[in-house]
Design a protein around this ligand. Structure first.
Ligand SMILES: NC(=O)c1ccc[n+]([C@@H]2O[C@H](COP(=O)([O-])OP(=O)(O)OC[C@H]3O[C@@H](n4cnc5c(N)ncnc54)[C@H](O)[C@@H]3O)[C@@H](O)[C@H]2O)c1
Length: 282
């Protein structure tokens, strides 16, 4: 989708981090921006920073009815949605054998089902409206690798990658003009390592062995060398070029290559983060 000016962008998780920067980048292109998040003050701040026509909708992406009502609001206000960012996400850490069911329910509800809900609510409407549109779902480098201590997060993000690939094939088969991309960043300094801030009390139980993994992830996120603004710029460039895979961190590709060779050669899986500092290279 080459021309963005005057079109409508919807950004879930638009109250912080990568979502905020996607919103700012879309506003800078002259798009009408709709923010969707559970963090209302965060959305107010993003709206202020955009300096443009911005709508903010409180929306828990884990709830299908919230995302459906978001789509209704967008189509009532603007009559169309051209660029959907399924971006809201959270992370937990800790070894798989001590993950809690609450960890799985919380993370899968947002990271995986949130994307399902976005596709359900928006793609049929985009097909009906006709013309060009684009769906970008934020997965992660963790959606292409298997990182120890991140199994809940990795499973959710692998799901987003394969769901996006399936959607891409289906829309091409349907001869639709809707493009699809999957965004796979490695570490970016945002609020992601502080995801617990929005965790609902009823899903509060956490992995009892999470702490050392969470501390490592927090450090890696804080040290991330590519900013959320740079990720957003790379993402919009990919939308304009109708490019499917968006790998913002070049070293990720080396780790994927090793993983694929492990699979093809049926050898023991290589740990992509063998030491506490190795992850910083991803
Ligand atoms: N920062 C990184 O290192 C990194 C790397 C790879 C992928 N990602 C992915 O990028 C996306 C954006 O995360 P970020 O890094 O900007 O983190 P962030 O914490 O700064 O932003 C996430 C946003 O999602 C919102 N959110 C959380 N739960 C929600 C819910 N149930 N419904 C609606 N909104 C909700 C939060 O309120 C927040 O505004 C996530 O999908 C994350 O998994 C981040």
């Amino acid at each position: 989708m080459k021309q963005l000016a005057g079109k409508v962008a919807v950004v879930t998780g638009g109250g912080s981090g990568i979502g905020r920067e996607l919103a700012l980048a879309c506003a800078a292109e002259g798009m009408k921006v709709v923010l969707a998040d559970i963090d209302e003050p965060g959305m107010v701040e993003t709206a202020r920073l955009t300096n443009a026509e911005t709508m903010a909708v409180r929306c828990n992406v884990a709830k299908a009815e919230d995302v459906e009502s978001l789509a209704e609001r967008v189509y009532e206000a603007h009559g169309a949605a051209h660029l959907l960012f399924n971006n809201a996400g959270v992370s937990v850490a800790g070894p798989t054998w001590t993950t809690t069911l609450q960890d799985w329910e919380w993370v899968m509800g947002i990271n995986l089902m949130g994307v399902v809900h976005g596709i359900h609510a928006f793609v049929p409407r985009m097909l009906k409206q006709g013309g060009e549109a684009h769906v970008v779902s934020t997965a992660s480098a963790a959606g292409t690798l298997s990182v120890p201590g991140s199994s809940v997060y990795c499973v959710s993000k692998h799901g987003v990658v394969t769901m996006s690939e399936c959607l891409h094939h289906e829309l091409r088969q349907a001869k639709s003009a809707i493009g699809v991309s999957v965004l796979c960043p490695a570490f970016v300094p945002t609020g992601i390592a502080d995801s617990q801030r929005s965790r609902p009390a009823e899903l509060a139980e956490t992995n009892p062995l999470a702490a050392p993994y969470a501390a490592w992830a927090k450090k890696a996120v804080e040290k991330g060398k590519i900013s959320a603004a740079e990720v957003a710029a790379m993402t919009l460039a990919a939308v304009k070029d109708n490019r499917f895979y968006i790998f913002t961190h070049p070293h990720t590709r080396d780790a994927i290559e090793v993983r694929m060779q492990d699979v093809l050669q049926q050898r023991e899986p290589t740990n992509p983060t063998p030491s506490k500092t190795a992850g910083e290279n991803l």
